[in-house]
Design a protein. Structure first.
Length: 85
């Protein structure tokens, strides 16, 4: 599948995942770029983008990926609150 024949949901998910990966790389090259470690949010966003692709293909893996992304992002948010306290 190339870019021209790719469904719109796949294109959106690919662009969002690329932006999340770019923020992750920038934050690791320049640590003061973000006030937090972007590893868990980047993993969550990329996982959600994969879930969008699988959801569009009507595959059952989408539910598992959505659950994994929610757990990953939830643990990040909970960790931020615990660190702030």
């Amino acid at each position: 599948m190339n870019w021209k024949t790719m469904p719109v949901a796949h294109k959106i998910a690919t662009v969002i995942a690329a932006i999340a990966a770019l923020f992750w790389v920038i934050a690791h090259v320049k640590p003061d770029f973000l006030p937090f470690d972007p590893t868990y949010p980047a993993i969550s966003v990329v996982t959600l983008c994969e879930a969008i692709i699988y959801w569009n293909q009507k595959r059952k893996w989408a539910y598992l990926l959505i659950a994994a992304a929610v757990i990953c992002l939830g643990s990040f948010i909970l960790g931020q609150f615990l660190l702030a306290a």
